[in-house]
Design a protein around this ligand. Structure first.
Ligand code: NAG
Length: 238
């Protein structure tokens, strides 16, 4: 019950930050070009595209000659939360698969915040099941490591993940040993962990979403505090 009330509590928050303009260089991709580094971003609930992750996108693309991003289009709503996340999973999987096929030399980076982190985690690990706010999220197969070669998919970063799971090797931050609202277990966890060397999940212990913490402001603070760290880690992977 505690978890459900935490989610409802968070669901009542409306994101109020300003949209981060993404620099020209990292602007949303054109239909037929291929970048050397291509980022897929899944926004947090109710955020504009690309939301707070714009800062990270700019930091990753800084000083790169061929780097761009694309939004994973999905509702990002609090209503029908798990249906919304499932739409992101299905659209993200199609977009990533299509880009990888069309641009086999591109290095792919995935980033997700809050509900968007849930989406990226489900794409990589498989998702679905009993949604903590009611109903069922349709299940999806995890992307197979064979479908996206190690050469292509280089890094995924998650911030304030709804499905944060305590004690995983890729967890970073003071909430690393805490569970989020809907932690992964069983096959979905095993499957996500296949990517562990290419995955980092930031969580602050105060964050109600990823750590069951008491301080909603911590959920909105990642992009002030860990951007440089995240961008630096990604640079070691591209
Ligand atoms: C998938 O995402 C793309 C890129 O953001 C968007 O143009 C498209 O409308 C989305 N499709 C669905 C079915 O949401």
């Amino acid at each position: 019950m505690l978890k459900i009330s935490a989610l409802i509590f968070v669901l009542c928050l409306i994101y109020s930050g300003a949209a981060t303009p993404v620099s020209e260089r990292a602007s949303n991709h054109q239909a037929n070009d291929c970048h050397s580094i291509h980022i897929f971003a899944a926004r947090g609930s109710t955020e504009p595209y690309p939301g707070q992750q714009g800062v990270l996108i700019n930091a990753i693309c800084q000083k790169q000659s061929s780097c761009g991003y694309e939004d994973i289009g999905y509702p990002a709503t609090f209503e029908d939360y798990c249906t919304s996340a499932a739409k992101g999973v299905s659209n993200g999987t199609s977009l990533i698969t299509a880009y990888a096929k069309r641009c086999p030399d591109a290095k792919l980076v995935l980033t997700g915040y809050s509900q968007g982190a849930h989406v990226i985690g489900d794409i990589l690990g498989g998702g679905g099941g009993n949604c903590p706010v009611g109903g069922l999220q349709p299940t999806n197969e995890a992307l197979s490591p064979e479908s996206m070669s190690g050469k292509q998919f280089v890094a995924a970063v998650l911030f304030g993940d709804v499905r944060h799971t305590a004690g995983q090797s890729y967890n970073i931050g003071t909430g690393a040993d805490k569970n989020g609202i809907w932690p992964r277990e069983g096959e979905q966890l095993v499957s996500l962990n296949r990517w562990e060397s290419r995955l980092r999940s930031w969580c602050d212990e105060g964050d109600p979403v990823c750590a069951g913490g008491p301080d909603q402001s911590r959920h909105f603070a990642y992009f002030d505090t860990v951007i440089n760290q995240a961008a630096e880690w990604i640079r070691t992977k591209v």
